[in-house]
Design a protein around this ligand. Sequence first.
Ligand code: C5P
Length: 225
Amino acid sequence: MHKTELIVALDTDSLKSAEGMIEKLKGQVKYFKVGSVLFTAEGPAAVDLVHKHDGKVFLDLKFHDIPNTVKGAVKHAAAMGVYSVSLHLSGGADMLKACAELEKRPKLWGITILTSFDEYTLFRSGFRGGIDKTVKLLAAIGLENGADGVVCSPLEAHRLKAIHGADLKLITPGIRPAALGDDQKRAVTPAQAKAAGADFIVVGRPIIAAKDPAAAVEAILEDLK
Ligand code: C5P
């Protein structure tokens, strides 16, 4: 079976707590996600911190702007040496193409529909196709215009792999080892995400808010076997 990698979301407020978490997970985790919480608080130093500990960075700032602006941001992300960046596929084909044509660039991971959305929230945001169709449409726009992977819920992963084949990399947040009843409305277990075809799973609170983060990671890695 294909390999599913774990990305730990470093959704902490400071470099100090991020470093504490990285140290607790030493030897277990290779990929860390630096998102808007930590990046807004600490800036590029957060990326440097992960690199200092030999980790790879998924810079999850979910870019969504005019093509020239997003291209500029991705260029700076490339200079920081991050492994991947996220951008909203609803930013459109021209935005994606502008980033994809950069010579030296991180992997471009396109956000489809946030895993905190359910059918009702999607409808209220003006999308009329329903989650399944909208995710499929956005994933196709991504693949046609240079995205290297697609971020979606594991609930849509299986169908996307069936349509686009194993070459399509899938990144799935919304992972919950046990039901936590929080804002992730479309969550599944690590094993279910792997079975659905996820190449990467992104896990935040079940690890970083756990009493014993290393044990939480161990259980997730076991579930992925
Ligand atoms: O704590 P939790 O496991 O819910 O964290 C999931 C992480 O993945 C968060 O940092 C969130 O910003 C991110 N994410 C998401 N849904 C997406 C893309 C990223 O939940 N579609």
